[in-house]
Write a protein that binds this ligand. Structure first.
Ligand SMILES: Cc1cc2nc3c(=O)[nH]c(=O)nc-3n(C[C@H](O)[C@H](O)[C@H](O)COP(=O)(O)OP(=O)(O)OC[C@H]3O[C@@H](n4cnc5c(N)ncnc54)[C@H](O)[C@@H]3O)c2cc1C
Length: 382
């Protein structure tokens, strides 16, 4: 069963699959990199896919970023390589606030280069102290008339050290603002983050008396959370797309193995419990894909109205991905445990997805509240 994609989306899907095929031969190497893997970036750059991450007025493919297109592409890229997927996703995650809240000058300076993947983007929210609770951030932005000064430290920032700019959340008196910080601004420095189980380009970014023009703010003072939530509305759905791609890849490994290997005189797939593992995994994959695509389709006109639905799609797909890949490892027995194999890579890569861009427990809070609102609304109608 498949979600029906229109002609434009099918062409984008085909292009993403072709890009994934080009990056696949070096995926095993790229996915173990904590620095940008140049051949993978070259493939992404040449594909033109990053033009999906900015509006048409600034070198993009559509009038504005289309959550369905991003979802479709991430499914294809993640199936091949988490590094390829991450490079693509961050172009949008880091630049979306520029597209929706930047000045004409900021858009013209950065977005065409984001679209061409000539400059890499980053979104800097998390701090050593503040993770899920971003109201606890300690980075400060102080207004000095025509200039602002930024001080603080960000932690576990994707693309740190490789990005051309950091879209940064800072505390401005009792409000929160977003500020666009060029990576080469005086006072910006980057150190490596601890390595994680599924390597990722991650760094700790420090801002030491970074002076910027007041126009570096994205939107008005105090609008930081609004633009962060707008970004998450689009890109949480796309994490669901990536999780679907990961499940699809893992299930293909397990299905091939179950068809080829015999035990007790029959292929594994003819042994009831193994068939059950595969069938349940397939059911979860298809359900997560339908929810992701339907959510992305619904969010096309006004993504920011769909934050809770976007969280629901991310929650469902990333939790399913952990269960599915675990079942796939089980189907493959000892071959599911071999270091460097595709299935082992998927197993490790599924885990961080339940933590970044909203940990599952935190997403459940918003989703459950939305459920109660919707039920109360229906009761009112009845
Ligand atoms: C691969 C990777 C890439 C990342 N990239 C970026 C990036 O580019 N930019 C960026 O800013 N950050 C990035 N992060 C950081 C990420 O956003 C945070 O890890 C995430 O927000 C969770 O914060 P935390 O790790 O501090 O966990 P915590 O907030 O300390 O949470 C720990 C646990 O407590 C639970 N918890 C917390 N609050 C509640 C609550 N109210 N109710 C119930 N349970 C709760 C959480 O669900 C979790 O299980 C990245 C992280 C990873 C792993």
């Amino acid at each position: 069963m498949a979600f029906e994609l229109d002609h434009d989306m099918l062409a984008i899907q085909q292009q993403a699959r072709a890009t994934a095929a080009q990056a696949a031969p070096f995926a095993a190497e790229a996915d173990e990199c904590s620095l940008v893997h140049q051949p993978t970036l070259d493939v992404l750059r040449a594909s033109g896919l990053c033009s999906l991450m900015v509006p048409a007025a600034h070198g993009g493919r559509h009038e504005r970023v289309d959550p369905l297109a991003v979802c479709v592409v991430r499914e294809a890229l993640m199936r091949a390589s988490s590094h390829l997927d991450s490079l693509f996703a961050l172009q949008g995650i880091g630049s979306y606030a520029i597209a929706v809240a930047g000045t004409d000058e900021q858009r013209e300076e950065w977005l065409p280069r984001v679209a061409g993947a000539e400059v890499l983007a980053a979104l800097a929210l998390t701090e050593p102290v503040a993770g899920s609770d971003l109201r606890g951030i300690e980075t400060t932005l102080v207004d000095h008339g025509g200039e602002v000064e930024l001080n603080g430290a960000k932690s576990f920032i994707s693309n740190a050290g490789a990005a051309g700019f950091y879209t940064t959340l800072a505390r401005e008196q009792d409000r929160f603002s977003l500020v666009l910080v060029p990576a080469d601004a005086s006072g910006v420095s980057v150190a490596a983050s601890p390595e994680i189980i599924a390597p990722h380009v991650l760094g700790e970014v420090s801002f030491d008396r970074v002076r910027l023009p007041a126009s570096a703010r994205l939107g008005e003072p105090g609008a930081g959370f609004r633009h962060v939530l707008a970004t998450l509305s689009v890109f949480r759905i796309s994490v669901a797309g990536a999780a679907v791609g990961l499940m699809d890849g893992a299930l293909a490994c397990a299905a091939r193995h179950a068809a080829a290997r015999e035990q007790f005189g029959r292929p594994l797939v003819r042994l009831g419990p193994v068939a059950g593992l595969l069938a349940d995994a397939w059911a979860e994959l298809e359900a997560a894909r339908l929810l992701a695509y339907a959510t992305a389709e619904a969010a096309r006109d006004d993504p920011s109205a769909h934050l809770d639905r976007s969280s629901l799609a991310k929650l469902a797909a990333t939790e399913a991905a952990s269960r599915v890949v675990d079942r796939c490892v089980q189907v493959m027995g000892r071959w599911g445990l071999v270091r460097g194999s595709d299935i082992e890579r998927y197993y490790r890569q599924a885990r961080p997805m339940r933590i970044y861009e909203g940990a599952s427990e935190v997403l459940r809070l918003g989703v459950a509240a939305r459920l109660c609102d919707e039920v109360a609304g229906h009761r009112g109608e009845g």
